[in-house]
Design a protein around this ligand. Structure first.
Ligand code: ARG
Ligand code: ZN
Length: 849
């Protein structure tokens, strides 16, 4: 059965469900193609609701029997659910349904992965398990019995009992159905325990397939650190006797915060020095923290409806970024986050998929698990904290937890705790949740008689469905630096509320150089006419580490744009400043590695489009090649000694210090390889005793058109490790020359290991294809065609992953008419595919505009 006619759901239509659920009892009789789910649910009329219609969601279920208060009934069943006559008094609903986990390739609901049963219910997967009011504002206590022959049978909450072929679980905390989870498999645990602040013992288990046990230690440590951090920083204690984490190979997203039973994409939890890079380790630590933190921000306090998704996701991303800043380097984390925001959120916010942090309508909610909801949602919380201050933020959070524990909330509830704590009116601030698009912040200045004035003007361009924009509250962190390089004004947060606003600083001895938007204090596009000399000055003197990096970044950006469009030479101020910084041994190697980075090709294309020009992917590629070559020349004799100084004696550790050194070493190796034909890279590859060094060496070799022997050896060494083979797929595409990209990707789709139904493998290949800007947009459109072919093929199998990958086309209107015609034809071809999923149809419809 295919999805029914797409319906649009609106925030303004929210109505509570007519019944409350007092308890849910589920029994699973597991069988790959015919699992029986027996439910016994106690309903009672909801006094807050007017409408008493008894509709239960249910999709792809075979209804065997249904009873109300013991009497067999025949409900009216549609592809979306069922309706029955229900009493206007408490009653018990009982149903038996049959489902097909082994046939569930969409990986939503109950499905199978390598012989293991596993669930993913957020957002609307529970309705594929049994009939239920599958909405987050319906919360209940669940008791689960699993009957099955597999050795490990898990569900939410605390274990209640187990025997041969069965296990029972009880979760005392009322929860919405999207937090339900069940796992059954032949799994092994790494176990540990944690004593909470009030002295309660929690059993911790990280479950994996036999053979993966050596990849669990890091995840377990990250979990314990997260538990401790949330007690210390937010006063949040864990609330069950056990905390289980399960790794699964087939998973659409990163991980899921099911109550007491987090389920992770194995790529986001399994780690070992041999098989994982430093970046993998850092990401795994952050995701473990993220899912754990959801126990309070998401589970104890959940969302009233899916429009409020940012209530839990924005806040939890914000919390996990605070955690990473505390565990590692705060400036480095901030820079990583801004790079990521510009790479993923800005294109979304400024293109056809633009939507508010709190959307007002959707067809398929899975399409709104976006960088806007998550990452811009986190930025909004950062701004709120900046505006009210740390103390008020802490007080507001305490009030939030105290007031709303056990509830399903809205953004209004969230803002109200800040209003109550601070006495502020946050109605204008709320526009951050309602208005889509990235504000442009234009800055000019005046200087006279010791007075320095900054004039700001904010504008936000129209976005789909929002032609008019109102001014937003912008916390603008500013510092002023005197001509000798000393700071004359320490960081001060200016609060801009008008479309145009000026701020004056008096009593200055000389005209200062402003450092604006320190720490990236608001997610805006800053526009300021300034000289490269002034940027170079900030690169040398800014005391704010973010803005110091930003000065170098903007120099590099402008230089690349001029090189691409005017055939200019590389900017000398940039190169001089870079050399000075790299020489400075007092600077963190991780920070210096970031300084060597260049803005991404897509970001540059976006900047050109922003300025009304048509980006030429080939010219941008050439510009970056030339600037890299110029970096290598400018650094010259500095490179080898610096590279050598990044070598680590002693055991590998994925900590910030070692990772920083390896990151700097890798950035230098890229440049060295341009000059030595890969000699140093080949040596690094041969000597590498961890994946970070091995992979960075291989990347350099491939980029130089070498490394064929190493590539083959790498495959041989790792062919039985699926996560490493994902890297093998990815790397060959991302390091290919632009004109080779489509052919390389095509050849890889024919490789026997291209298991396209596995989302990690599909994303490894096509994510790399879409991420190689010049290769994806290479003349002729071969890459566009290849991607479209495979999206069409994957859609009936896994709509969610297909729909996410469609965003590769979201920037298509930036490019020249030839490319637009080619992409337009592919979009049309996808749209015309019979029986396209609701997920993909919505995405393609929005992208086409
Ligand atoms: N709540 C999960 C997280 O952010 C993400 C689950 C998304 N799942 C989905 N099917 N859209 O931690
Ligand atoms: Zn989350």
């Amino acid at each position: 059965m295919r999805d029914a006619e797409p319906k649009t759901i609106y925030l303004k239509d929210y109505k509570p469900f007519g019944y409350l659920v007092d308890s849910v009892d589920l029994t699973f009789d597991l069988s790959p193609h015919a699992t029986r789910v027996t439910s016994r649910i106690a309903f009672r009329p909801n006094p807050e609701a007017e409408d008493r219609e008894f509709f239960l969601h249910g999709e792809k279920l075979k209804l065997i029997s249904a009873r109300i208060d013991g009497n067999e009934i025949t409900p009216e069943v549609t592809p979306e659910g069922l309706t029955a006559e229900a009493p206007d008094a408490p009653f018990v609903w009982e149903a038996v349904v049959e489902i097909d986990p082994a046939g569930n390739t969409a990986l939503e609901g109950l499905y199978m992965s390598n012989g293991m049963y596993c669930t993913q219910c957020e957002a609307e997967g529970f309705r594929k398990i049994t009939y239920y009011p599958d909405r987050p504002d319906v919360m209940s206590v669940f008791t689960v019995r699993i009957n099955g022959t597999l050795p490990v049978l898990l569900s939410n909450g605390n274990p209640k009992g187990k025997g041969d072929g069965w296990a029972e679980w009880h979760d005392p905390w009322p929860k919405p159905a999207y937090l339900f989870a069940l796992v059954a498999g032949d799994l092994v645990a790494t176990s540990d325990s944690f004593e909470t602040v009030s002295g309660k013992e929690v059993a911790l288990n990280l479950w994996v397939r036999p053979g993966d046990e050596h990849k669990t230690a890091f995840g377990m440590e990250a979990l314990k650190k997260s538990m401790k951090w949330d007690e210390d920083t937010y006063g949040r204690e864990y609330d069950l006797k056990v905390f289980n984490i399960v790794a699964v190979d087939d998973f659409n997203m990163g991980a899921m915060e099911n109550k007491g039973l987090n389920i992770f994409n194995s790529s986001c939890v399994l780690a070992s020095p041999d098989t994982s890079t430093d970046m993998n380790f850092e990401r795994i630590e952050a995701i473990i923290a993220h899912e754990y933190f959801h126990n309070w921000t998401g589970n104890r306090i959940t969302c009233r409806d899916w429009f409020q998704l940012c209530l839990k996701e924005g806040l939890t991303v914000y919390r996990d970024s605070q955690f990473t800043s505390d565990m590692r380097s705060a400036p480095v984390k901030r820079i990583h986050d801004v790079i990521d925001l510009r790479a993923r959120q800005f294109p979304e916010d400024n293109g056809p998929l633009s939507h508010p942090v709190r959307p007002e309508s959707f067809q398929e909610i899975n399409n709104f698990y976006t960088a806007t909801v998550y990452e811009k949602g986190a930025e909004v919380i950062g701004m709120l904290k900046r505006l009210v201050g740390d103390a008020a933020y802490a007080e507001a959070l305490d009030l939030y937890f105290a007031r709303h524990d056990g509830e399903a909330c809205t953004i209004e509830d969230w803002l109200k705790v800040f209003e109550d704590v601070t006495g502020r009116d946050l109605s204008q601030f709320k526009r951050w949740y309602a208005q889509s698009g990235t504000p442009r912040l234009k800055v000019t200045e005046d200087w006279a008689d010791g007075s320095y004035t900054l004039h700001f003007e904010q504008t936000t361009l129209p976005t789909p469905g929002q032609p008019e924009k109102l001014p937003q509250v912008l916390p603008i962190a500013v510092g002023l630096i005197g001509p000798n390089g000393d700071e004359v004004l320490e960081t001060k947060v200016l609060e801009m509320t008008e479309a145009q606003q000026s701020f004056r600083f008096d009593g200055l001895a000389a005209k200062p150089v402003p450092s604006i938007l320190r720490g990236f204090s608001a997610p805006v596009i800053l526009e300021r006419e300034t000289s490269s000399a002034e940027r170079a000055f900030l690169l040398a003197h800014d005391t704010d580490p973010f803005n110091r990096w930003e000065a170098g970044r903007s120099l590099a950006r402008d230089s690349l744009l001029k090189m691409a469009t005017e055939d200019a030479a590389p900017d000398a101020d940039y190169l001089d400043g870079l050399v000075q910084l790299l020489r400075d041994d007092t600077l963190d190697p991780a920070y210096r590695a970031l300084m060597l980075g260049l803005p991404g090709q897509s970001e540059l294309a976006g900047a050109l489009a922003e300025a009304g020009q048509t980006p030429d992917p080939d010219a941008l590629w050439q510009a970056a090649e030339r600037l890299r070559a110029a970096q290598a020349v400018a650094l010259g004799d500095l490179m080898m000694p610096l590279y050598d100084s990044c070598r680590i004696d002693g055991a590998y550790a994925p900590d910030a210090e070692q990772s920083g050194k390896r990151a700097l070493g890798a950035a230098l190796l890229r440049l060295i390889t341009r000059q030595d034909d890969g000699a140093v890279a080949a040596a690094q590859y041969a000597a590498a005793d961890n994946m970070t060094l091995q992979l960075s060496a291989l990347a350099c070799l491939l980029q130089a058109g070498k490394g064929h022997a190493e590539l083959a050896a790498f495959y041989d060494q790792w062919k039985s490790d699926r996560l490493v083979i994902d890297k093998w797929f990815m790397l060959q595409i991302s390091e290919a020359a632009p004109e080779q990209v489509a052919a390389t990707a095509t050849a890889l789709t024919e490789h026997p290991d291209f298991n396209w139904k596995n989302p990690n493998r599909f994303r490894a290949l096509f994510g790399a294809l879409a991420g190689h800007h010049a290769g994806f947009h290479a003349a002729g459109g071969g890459a566009y065609r290849l991607l479209a072919d495979w999206l069409i093929r994957l859609d009936p199998v896994n709509p969610q992953t297909t729909a996410r990958m469609c965003s590769a086309f979201q920037t298509w209107k930036r490019y020249d008419s030839d490319r637009q015609t080619l992409i337009g034809a592919e979009l049309e071809r996808i749209a015309a595919t019979p029986d396209l999923s609701r997920d993909t149809a919505e995405m393609i419809g929005r992208i086409r505009g």
